[in-house]
Design a protein around this ligand. Structure first.
Ligand code: FAD
Ligand code: NAD
Length: 469
């Protein structure tokens, strides 16, 4: 039996949908295999429900925190069933973008079932054999469980089950202080749970420590107990309580446990060996063009070694379209890959952190502006945080932003790192007043301020002034 399709994509998350949709719209015969829900993790168990929960939590917190604005603080009445309904409604509103109908409309053959490789060009799904000259693996990741004694016999939640909770936890223990752990810890605290985070190293350790300190300060002030440098050794449960034994603070007791200790590639049952695809410790091994050890097979999104973010998955889906649809050997460029942690204040990074830039480039210059200098932030009563710009020899290497809604301020800095916008242009842009974007202009201007108001400029202005006297 010969080829059944031009392209087979396994997994209908952000990565697989982008690859399948793009190639089908170019007229290729595309099969898209999905064993569970269309839209994958981001839509169903990741970004979307977590951001909807964060929005509900922010609304609740607004009741408590408006005192400085002259609104008497009150304890909100949280209707957790209503919060869940908001989560479900948000998913339902976004779902049509990722639906079978939409992709079938573009000519994609959506096949429901579990894929398993037969060899490097063919696979089986539900007893049917499919073959194509190009295959894309986009099967995502699953929660990685830590080696904590007794965990398997203890009831715990992960991002796959958290959204099914019917009542608000009385005391949520969060194991892992990464993006999932910190976002959910603050959200549940704001909704009314007691929350303890147990983190073996430092929370949000990939981020700039100075910016992380701002987030941690706020979370601790709101009552989240964050135990850094603390490892869970064992877990047990009884009488509706969960007890974790730790190496730092002894026992931590709560009503619920959320395990958020990282991810592992979802490859079980795929039969990678039959396809000649090698798995590394962090996921499927790929080169700079997302090619696996079998060059006819690409691996994109969470399943491969590398950053696990929806926009990275989408970018790699587009790269697959370039490679397979157009034959363009596009390479991945993560130099300006942004990431945002949606705590409050938000924490955003693009390019290198100050520490990474110093290690790699040695001689760097850091410019910094605080939201306390921004009129809009002051008017909003949310003036915590800063924008930090890291440069070397006139080039932007990275930007760190922490403050209310800073995820919306990252774009010009990602462009600047890729030299699609210059700090000079940003410093001279006309920015609407009063907006937080003014802080981006201010920090860019700081890079030139010394020269604009320096001795040469003063001499020239003085000369002109004297001529007019
Ligand atoms: C709580 C949480 C919050 C997050 N928030 C953000 C955020 O705010 N911003 C951000 O950028 N990222 C966020 N992420 C990360 C983001 O969800 C992932 O990076 C992204 O969803 C990965 O997309 P993907 O297409 O690679 O994989 P997935 O979305 O996991 O899709 C893989 C699909 O493959 C299917 N599949 C697997 N194996 C098979 C098989 N053998 N046969 C058929 N189908 C198969 C799965 O069912 C799944 O639908 C968050 C993650 C979590 C857990
Ligand atoms: N806003 C966003 O973009 C966003 C939000 C959520 C998740 N994500 C993505 O999802 C992925 C998964 O997030 P995550 O938070 O699960 O993983 P992570 O790798 O970011 O963090 C896991 C944390 O758990 C800690 N840990 C591991 N074992 C432990 C143990 N035994 N005891 C205590 N702590 C332990 C680690 O030190 C680490 O800090 C990330 O790659 C992230 O990029 C992104």
């Amino acid at each position: 039996m010969g080829r059944t399709h031009d392209l087979i994509v396994i997994g209908a998350g952000a990565a697989g949908l982008t690859a399948a949709g793009g190639c089908a719209r170019l007229g290729l015969r595309v099969a898209l295999i999905e064993r569970d829900r269309m839209g994958g993790e981001c839509l169903n168990t990741g970004c979307v429900p977590s951001k909807a929960l964060i929005a509900a939590a922010r609304a609740a917190q607004g009741f408590r925190s408006a005192g400085p604005l002259g609104i008497r603080p009150a304890e909100p009445e949280v209707d957790f069933a209503g919060v869940r309904a908001h989560l479900r409604a948000t998913i339902a509103r976004i779902e049509p973008h990722d639906s079978e109908e939409r992709f079938r409309g573009w000519g994609v053959e959506v096949i429901r079932g579990e894929a398993r490789f037969l060899d490097g060009r063919s696979l089986s799904v539900g007893g049917r054999r499919l073959e194509a000259p190009r295959i894309v693996i986009a099967t995502g990741s699953r929660p990685a469980l830590p080696p904590v004694e007794g965990l398997a016999d203890t009831p715990f939640l992960t991002n796959e089950t958290l959204w099914d909770l019917e009542t608000l936890p009385d005391h949520l223990i969060v194991l892992g202080g990464g993006a999932v752990g910190m976002e959910m810890a603050q959200a549940f605290r704001r909704l009314g749970s007691a929350v303890t985070v147990i983190e073996a190293g430092q929370p949000l350790s990939r981020d700039d420590p100075e910016a992380v300190a701002v987030v941690l300060g706020r979370m601790r002030a709101e009552g989240v107990r964050v135990l850094a440098g603390t490892r869970a050794l064992s877990a047990r449960h009884g009488a509706g309580r969960i007890v974790l034994e730790t190496d730092g603070v002894g026992q931590v007791e709560g009503s619920h446990l959320l395990v958020a200790t990282g991810r592992r590639a979802a490859v079980e049952g795929l039969g990678l060996e039959a396809a000649g695809v090698v798995l590394g410790p962090g996921g499927i091994r790929v080169d700079g063009r997302c090619r696996t050890t079998n060059p006819a097979i690409l691996a994109i999104g969470d399943v491969r070694e590398g950053p696990r973010l929806t926009h990275a998955a989408g970018q790699e889906g587009s790269l697959a379209v370039m490679a397979i649809g157009f034959g363009i050997p596009a390479r991945l460029d993560h130099a300006a890959l942004p990431w945002v942690t949606f705590t409050d204040p938000e924490l955003a990074q693009t390019g290198l952190t100050e520490e990474a830039a110093r290690e790699r480039h040695g001689d760097i210059v850091v410019h910094r502006e605080a939201f306390a200098e921004n009129d809009r932030a002051l008017a909003d009563g949310e003036a915590e945080g800063f924008v930090k710009l890291v440069m070397a020899r006139g080039r932007v290497l990275g930007a760190t932003l922490v403050g209310a809604g800073v995820g919306e301020l990252v774009l010009p800095w990602s462009l600047a790192i890729r030299r699609k916008a210059s700090p000079w242009a940003i410093s001279g842009a006309v920015v609407p007043y009063p907006t937080r974007s003014e802080l981006s202009k201010a920090v860019a201007f700081a890079a030139f301020e010394g020269r604009i108001f320096g001795p040469w400029a003063r001499r020239w202005a003085g000369l002109l002034a004297r001529m007019r006297r």
